[in-house]
Write a protein that binds this ligand. Structure first.
Ligand code: SF4
Length: 339
């Protein structure tokens, strides 16, 4: 089965590979490791469509990893704003500086694992795609394809080690990068989550999930727990066409990002309701935003302020708010306050 799967899949990939700005065409020399690494970090928990404009903006502004390493953390965090999961951006800075010091990326999966922000999946993907090293590359798309191909009934996440073993079994010794990307493409375009297009699939004859009749039910997922909801307040304080922004503490939720002042909801589960200034606050509404482990319901309150409040922060021109690099939660809150 293994040779059949890899041969058919590579043959399919030669004709149907997606064109993506960080990729080489099938069979072409591997792309710059910097571009592979950057795209893989950006794609963690994020869609291709959302990543494309960020990838293009980053590589236009910082065409090499050396130039990225020389940029300030502030510039990089601001350029990352809106892409979410901000710990990735902080690790991006650390990793770029480490690679610049080493003068090049390590070329093995093991060496890549030593870099900040590279877990098992990303190290395997970069090793395979940038360095043509045989590596077992399993992201969510590959997980779905393999669970169906081998009709794995164990629910996720317990099925992960079996899925990895099966993925290892079908991974060929050559064309490592093309094979990894072929699996990803098959999962993204043919073996899709709800509606697998089995008639178009190069693996149709070998797929055990299809042979059993209903591959879309695989992989089996453990029942989801509801995410808890936290509540808090964010404060829009305005004076002379400028809004008060603060820098969040470097450790913790949205660490190091510019934001509206808030009541400390991130540290306390629910906010204290402590407002940064006395005055007549006008409620502007509520924004809701999902993080990995909880949802936040943030009430936005507005105050026109004749005097500067004490404490940390800066006045930021409202007309240039797009350049502040607010994370999505606070960008939503800002939109509500100015509506
Ligand atoms: S035959 Fe269908 S279920 Fe099986 S791998 Fe192909 S698309 Fe997925």
């Amino acid at each position: 089965m293994a040779a059949t799967v890899s041969d058919r899949l590579l043959d399919w990939y030669d004709r149907h590979a997606r064109e993506l700005p960080w990729r080489a065409r099938p069979g072409e020399p591997a792309p710059d490791p910097y571009r592979v690494w950057l795209s893989e970090i950006m794609l963690q928990q994020t869609t291709v469509a959302a990543v494309k404009p960020y990838f293009e903006a980053f590589t236009a502004r910082w065409p090499t990893i050396g130039q990225l390493a020389d940029a300030s953390e502030d510039e990089i965090m601001a350029a990352w704003a809106g892409l979410g999961y901000y710990s990735r951006a902080r690790n991006l800075v650390k990793c770029a500086r480490m690679v610049a010091k080493l003068r090049s990326f390590p070329t093995t999966e093991k060496g890549l694992r030593e870099l900040p922000g590279l877990g098992a999946y990303t190290a395997a993907a970069v090793a395979a795609i940038a360095f043509e090293q045989r590596a077992v590359v399993v992201d969510a798309n590959v997980e779905r394809v393999v669970a169906r191909l081998f009709a794995i009934e164990t629910p996720l996440p317990a099925a992960r080690s079996t899925i990895r073993t099966c993925a290892d079994e079908v991974t060929p010794e050559t064309r490592a990068g093309d094979f990894a990307q072929a699996m990803m493409d098959l999962g993204a375009t043919v073996c899709t989550s709800r509606d697998p297009k089995c008639l178009l699939c190069p693996l149709v004859d070998t797929c055990q999930g299809l042979a059993q009749g209903n591959p879309a039910r695989l992989p089996v997922k453990a029942a989801k727990k509801d995410r808890p909801v936290r509540r808090g307040e964010a404060y829009w304080i305005e004076r002379d066409g400028a809004v008060r922004l603060v820098r969040r503490p470097s450790k913790g939720m949205l660490g190091g990002m510019r934001a509206l002042p808030d009541d400390g909801w991130a540290a306390r589960n629910d906010g204290s309701g402590h407002r940064p200034a006395a005055g007549v606050w006008t409620p502007c509404g509520t924004v809701r935003h999902g993080f990995t482990h909880f949802e936040i319901e943030l009430s936005v309150l507005r105050l026109e302020m004749p005097l500067q409040p004490g404490g940390e922060g800066e006045w930021w021109p409202i007309a240039e708010l797009d350049a502040a690099g607010l994370p999505t939660l606070f960008a939503k809150a800002a939109r509500l306050a100015v509506a």
